[in-house]
Design a binder for this molecule. Structure first.
Ligand code: MRU
Length: 395
């Protein structure tokens, strides 16, 4: 059976509940945006491209029953729903990209009846899904050429089917290499604390018949030193215009280790993950999550002294100079990134500020806060939800 991470079925959003994997493959249906918000926050649906799709379908879910009669009335609801979803998780660019896309198309059609705009929003949500399916396969086509027969690839977190609609970015490259007849071995870092590598990547790769071995995160250096790793491929949550990349915590470690050991380190991501409005990774908000994820979540007994201080950033930043290439759906981008990203993704475009922008928000809902946020991150999260759209329009 083909996996579909997120889709629209019978008037609801249907997702694979990733919190149940690898024990159970269970789909759940979501019929209101509060439940969707919680599903995003609790990683039942996760991975940057899947969050882009959740944004598209989520906005439709939130406005489909609107009784607004005029665009100003409707746009207030649209803004409320988008702002609410934007406050779920701050790092993955795709979530904001999806929200901006939907708000932007609504604004461009503001002279149409509300019922018509709702249909347009629904179609745009479906388009986001279709485009991700195509983008992942293009990434796979470009990326596969970098992989040799009998290569041994190290990956982190889950950048596969479960993080996208149905194919994956980093893991998509491996799937395509296998489809081309190449024999590939994968080492999957378990990815503490939420274990996306152990719970999701190994499950997904095994299901696809890929030779995969699970390792603890702190074993990567030893494997590299033993000459067992030919390449590292990871996904991305947000890539700045200079190539600095935010991805799952631990990615930066692997990039540093790869440099030391002379191993190519690749990032695989669609265009929707790039944030061309920011110059460097310093401007990427890094999510911090609950202490319990580190101290007890997957353990029968507490794994740390009661009340211990915990620092739990969900992502880290890999500076562009540690990245050998970024594999995108538009082609493989290499250094100098500040020039080549623009050349490949937006030729001719004025990058900074030309896009509609929805920023990470304060979390307005109970339970949304970060438990141990540093001052810097709290300041980033305090940024109010700003929704201003292309063409000078405002919702
Ligand atoms: O916290 P998560 O599980 O949403 O983090 C996901 C990742 O870090 C992925 O590597 C990234 O989103 C790319 S997915 C194609």
């Amino acid at each position: 059976m083909q996996l579909k991470t997120i889709s629209w079925e019978k008037g609801k959003i249907r997702i694979i509940d990733q919190s149940k994997l690898p024990e159970k493959l269970e789909y759940i249906s979501i019929s209101d945006i509060k439940t969707l918000w919680r599903a995003i926050k609790s990683l039942q649906v996760r991975g940057a491209p899947a969050l882009g799709a959740a944004a598209g379908l989520g906005v439709y879910l939130g406005i489909k029953d609107s009784s607004a009669k005029s665009f100003p009335q409707f746009s207030r609801e649209l803004k409320r729903v988008s702002g609410y979803l934007a406050a779920s998780r701050p790092t993955a660019r795709n979530l904001f990209w999806g929200l901006e896309r939907i708000c932007s198309i609504a604004l461009r059609n503001k002279n149409k009846p509300v019922a018509e705009i709702k249909k347009i929003i629904f179609k745009e949500g479906q388009k986001i899904i279709q485009e991700d399916r195509v983008a992942c396969r293009k990434i796979a086509d470009y990326g596969e050429k970098l992989i040799r027969h009998r290569d041994c690839v190290l990956t982190v977190c889950n950048a596969g089917i479960l993080a996208t609609i149905d194919y994956g970015t980093a893991l998509g490259v491996i799937y395509r290499a296998k489809e081309q007849g190449k024999k590939i071995k994968v080492f999957a870092c378990e990815t503490r604390p939420m274990l996306q590598g152990a719970r999701l990547t190994t499950w997904e790769l095994k299901r696809k018949g890929i030779d995969v071995t699970l390792i603890c995160d702190n074993m990567a250096a030893t494997l590299m030193r033993q000459g067992k790793i030919d390449k590292v491929i990871a996904g991305a949550d947000r890539i700045a215009s200079n190539g600095d990349t935010a991805n799952k915590i631990g990615t930066y470690n692997l990039a540093v280790l790869s440099k030391y050991h002379g191993i190519p380190f690749y990032i695989a991501a669609p265009a929707s993950t790039f944030d061309l409005s920011i110059k460097s990774g310093r401007q990427i908000p890094i999510e911090e999550r609950k202490a319990e994820e580190v101290t007890r979540l997957f353990f029968k007994k507490p794994m740390a002294a009661r009340g211990i201080k915990v620092f739990n950033p969900a992502f880290d930043l890999t500076p562009h100079n540690l990245i050998s290439a970024i594999i995108t759906d538009k082609g493989v981008i290499r250094s100098p990134y500040h020039k080549n990203i623009r050349k490949i993704l937006a030729p001719g475009a004025k990058l900074i500020g030309h896009l509609p922008k929805i920023q990470a928000c304060t979390c307005p809902t109970k339970g949304a806060g970060t438990s141990t946020a540093s001052h810097q991150v709290q300041a980033q999260l305090r940024t109010r939800c700003k929704i201003s759209l292309a063409g000078g329009g405002r919702l």
